[in-house]
Design a protein around this ligand. Structure first.
Ligand SMILES: *Cc1c(COP(=O)(O)O)cnc(C)c1O
Length: 363
């Protein structure tokens, strides 16, 4: 055994890290480089938005540490979401928010989180990294199984809900979110992960923050704002919760260039985001209709996000479709290993042209 493996926390040695889209297919050729050659890949596997932004960065104060929470960024997000600055924490992506929440509320090797699979993979991975255990209560018809969740009241510290869900795509009914929050009112924090909420903004749970003390809402600029490469997300909660999270986050989590670009995206460029969302919803509707007509497709999941999940007739068809696309340099995401998602694949809504390309390969 190497000295590294001997000294490491034993459980880390065999742990499998999050299989991100970029780890599964390392992007030697970055999709966005328009000048790259023939085997340029079409990335439809990570729910990124198509198209590049156009930002100028001023490097004036780059010799200085940034503010802990840069003013320009916090003001821009406060204006965007309508909450006070004291209720907002900017983080390195929503993923860092997930990690901070678990580290803040779960004692290692004692406490647990609750997740509702099929769901986003990072909740369980972050919990495992920290030594917290994960309780699973599966979704029932893509909605919460509140009866089963009830049995875990008092036994978990954090409950992760994802609405719109990834990889399922649909919003959870608002009444169910409220019921879950009430159920865990005195015993657990309920996190509503709204990574995709810009695709149906009127469904946000933000208003619940003023009614319940045990709620956290997670947001990101990685999806509708087309800034996955920036690594910028937001944790929204009571100022008490934000104060706690602020104690364990790194001292300078948001670099000055990130704050600059993100502030522009959230203010001057805000309309670009809403236009992008509209275009995405149009392309998504057309793709959904098309998928429903294909003989190899047995089910298309309703989507309130920027991707579509569908089920293939059987495992052979799933493998055939996936491999055929890979052979044409089109990458989508295999979700078939998730609970309930046998033979399911997920397509991110890229540009209209990218989706046309995908349809042509599969026709
Ligand atoms: C993409 C995604 C995140 C992570 O977003 P980042 O801000 O890029 O870290 C969190 N939750 C869900 C459900 C996601 O799909």
């Amino acid at each position: 055994m190497t000295i590294a493996n001997k000294l490491a926390r034993a459980e880390l040695v065999d742990m499998v890290p999050y299989q991100s889209a970029r780890r599964l297919f390392a992007s030697g050729d970055s999709s966005n480089k328009t000048n790259s050659t023939a085997n340029k890949k079409v990335w439809l596997n990570a729910n990124e938005a198509p198209g590049n932004g156009d930002y100028q960065v001023i490097s004036e104060n780059i010799n200085r540490y940034p503010d802990f929470q840069p003013d320009n960024l916090l003001n821009a997000y406060s204006n965007y979401c309508g909450l006070e600055r004291s209720q907002i924490l900017a983080t390195r992506g929503a993923d860092e928010g997930i990690e901070l929440i678990i580290r803040t509320f779960c004692r290692a090797y004692q406490d647990s989180i609750l997740i509702c699979p099929p769901t986003y993979g990072m909740y369980a991975i972050s919990a495992e990294n920290h030594g917290a255990s994960t309780v699973k209560v599966q979704l029932k018809n893509n909605t919460l199984d509140l009866e089963s969740m009830k049995q875990h009241v008092g036994k978990v510290k954090v409950v992760f809900l994802c609405s719109p869900g990834n990889p399922t795509g649909n919003l959870l009914p608002k009444e169910q979110i409220i019921q879950a929050i009430e159920l865990f009112k005195d015993t657990a924090i309920v996190v509503v992960d709204e990574a995709y909420i810009e695709f149906s903004p009127e469904q946000t749970s933000i208003s619940l923050l003023s009614q319940y003390e045990n709620v956290i809402v997670l947001r990101t600029l990685s999806k509708a704002f087309a800034l996955a490469g920036l690594r910028c997300g937001f944790t929204l909660a009571s100022s008490d919760i934000i104060t706690l999270l602020s104690k364990i986050i790194a001292p300078y989590p948001i670099s000055a260039p990130v704050a600059e670009i993100a502030s522009i995206a959230l203010s001057a460029d805000l309309e670009k985001m809403t236009q992008r969302v509209q275009d995405c919803n149009t392309t998504k509707a057309a793709l959904t209709t098309w998928l429903n007509e294909q003989s190899w497709c047995s089910e298309v999941f309703a989507s309130d996000a920027n991707f579509v999940l569908f089920r293939c007739k059987d495992n052979n068809e799933k493998t055939r479709i996936f491999d055929l696309l890979v052979s044409k340099n089109i990458l989508i995401r295999d979700q078939s290993k998730q609970l309930q998602l046998d033979n399911c694949l997920r397509i991110s809504i890229g540009s209209e042209q990218e989706i046309t390309q995908l349809k042509e390969v599969l026709s």
